[in-house]
Structures are given as C-alpha cells and as structure tokens.
Design a protein around this ligand. Sequence first.
Ligand code: SAM
Length: 245
Amino acid sequence: MKSAEQSEQRVQSHYDDIADVYDQRYDHRERGRQYYDHISQGVLDQIGTGGELLDIGCGTGLFIRRFLKHGGRVTGIDISSGMIKRATTIFPSEQFLVGNAEFLPFSENSFDSISSLLAFSYLTKPDKTLEDCLRILKPGGRLAVCTLGKNVFTSSLPALFTIGEKMKIRRVGVGNFIEHYYTAQEMHELFEAAGFTDISIYRCSFAHFTFADPLFSIAKRVEPFIEEKIPYLAYNLIASGQKPR
Ligand SMILES: C[S@@+](CC[C@H](N)C(=O)[O-])C[C@H]1O[C@@H](n2cnc3c(N)ncnc32)[C@H](O)[C@@H]1O
C-alpha cells in the first residue's frame, strides 16, 4: 500500500519529467484540442469569465489560456515545479507558485472563482482542499472541478498506468500513483460537507482524445446524446458549487 506522501512525490516527479511534452497531448493535435476545449467550456460555463481566478493543479496552463481569452487575471498552483516553470514562461504576466493543493496559501476572500481540471483525482485530502477553496473564495464565488469520473472505462486505468510505468513509457498520465475516480454522489457529498451551495454535478465528454479516427469522430457525434441520456458512459465529471453570499 502506497502512502499518500509517497504518491504525491511520484505524481510530482512524473509531471516534472513530462512537463516539456505535456502540451502535445491536448494542444498539438486536433483530437486533443477538441477534447480539451470541450471540458474547458464545461468549466467556464460553471464559473463564468473575468475576475480573479485560481487554477489548482494548473499544469502548463492549458485552461488558463482559454480563460484569459475573455479577460481576467490568473493565479496557478501546482505541485510540479517543471509544470510551473513552463506555465511561467508561457504566461509571464500571471502569477504561479509551486505548492500542494492541500495547503492553499492565500488569504480569505481572495478569488472570484476557482477551477481545477484533470488534477483532482490525485488529491489525497480532497476534503481539505475544498474547505480551503471555500475560505479563499469571495462570497458568491464559484468553484468548478473537472475530473475523471468512475465508470467501466476508468476502472481499468490504475492497472494500465502500473503497466505503463513498469515499461518505462514516458507519457502523460502513465504512472503508478494513487488516483481516485469519483461518483457524482461522492463529489456532491464532498462539496456539501465543505459548505458549498448551489451544487451541480454532471458528466462531460465521451469522445476521448486517445480514440483513433474514425472512432473519435463517431464518439464526437454521439457525445451530446451520451452526456444527456447515458451520462454514466461519459469520462469526466464536472462538479461546481458556490460560496454562500
Ligand atoms: C493531468 S495534469 C492537468 C494539468 C492542467 N490542469 C491541465 O488541465 O492541463 C495534472 C496536474 O495536477 C498536478 N497535481 C497533482 N497533484 C497535485 C497536488 N496535490 N497539488 C497541486 N497540484 C497537483 C500535477 O502536477 C499536474 O500538473
């Protein structure tokens, strides 16, 4: 059994190691871009645009780029110094810091909104992170988390990642660490326990960028139907909530 601390160190060194190739996955190929645009739009729909944003587990800033198109200011925090170094180079006018999402070193009522994409599954104390998010959000501010949800596909991922690491595949997400994939109910309970109101949880994205064509195009076409009628099959879960006014 891996301890939480060991797992965090492995996550950190994995992302330090792949920081220079990370963007290729989502931003250099049409499929990756479409996938990432789709989940980003889902998060933007929940938090709105403009104002002071904190992005948790910000990586190289793929979401930050999409957020800044509409104005606003951003602070990004990430456990990997490699990812933060790249983000700082790409967005020299924004603020970045290396840190663990469990300790958000900001004062009360600092941000209009908080986002976190594809990072929440790594957190070993998600309850603590959410409590801290509530503290640092301004009253009425919104938090949106996009993370892999639990379903038949994601259940096999930990085994695949372990194999990937043993084979020394240097690729994004291929590493042997503790990851947790959430059900909608688990997420709802976490948000509620932290004190968020106006909580909404929905499943998002069926066309996964790892699908080769024509599978990706077919999945993209049926995506709206899946998200609405068979949400269990969608990969990501977008949870959002508001700090009471
Ligand atoms: C799959 S990447 C996502 C990066 C970015 N949010 C994006 O959407 O491209 C996961 C990120 O979460 C960060 N991360 C994982 N655990 C973390 C923690 N405990 N605190 C802060 N960042 C963490 C990793 O270093 C990595 O940059």
